[in-house]
Write a protein that binds this ligand. Structure first.
Ligand code: ZN
Length: 144
């Protein structure tokens, strides 16, 4: 529904085919091709959050896979990556004194120049950019 709304009144206005992506607790997405929502046989078409994007991932995603975009670029994924980097690296970081980490706190710390937060954001957004670039070749969004 959000993808349809975005095509109707949002950033997808004027396009026949779009990929809608929302970054929240998870990575949500929807694909519209030639003004038709794409569902697939089981309703899983366009679920880009579970495309395997990091072959080096060792933890399981909630879908059962490993290395999913959701593990890297969702709010939950950003927090997970930051915690992993904090465990691996003992340098001082603003993140160590923030209590329960959230993606917002990590992004704010990155804006303030915190190295671990910046490393986390760069790492996670690398995978988001990689995935979106690959998806763009599948859908090739185009104006009307
Ligand atoms: Zn997954």
């Amino acid at each position: 529904m959000a993808a349809l709304g975005e095509m109707w009144k949002g950033g997808g206005r004027g396009y026949k085919s779009i990929v809608f992506v929302t970054l929240g607790t998870g990575v949500g997405s929807g694909v519209i091709i030639n003004r038709q929502m794409v569902y697939g046989a089981k309703g899983l078409a366009g679920e880009i959050g579970h495309i395997m994007i990091n072959p080096n991932e060792t933890e399981r995603c909630n879908c059962g896979g490993m290395g999913c975009l959701d593990q890297m670029a969702s709010a939950r994924g950003i927090v997970r990556c930051a915690k992993k980097f904090l465990e691996e690296d003992f340098r001082p970081s603003l993140l160590r004194d923030m209590g329960e980490l959230t993606a917002r706190k990590i992004l704010d710390a990155a804006k303030r120049g915190d190295e671990t937060a910046s490393r986390t954001v760069s790492h996670c957004m690398f995978y988001l950019g990689k995935c979106l670039a690959e998806v763009s070749y599948i859908v090739d969004p185009r104006p009307l």
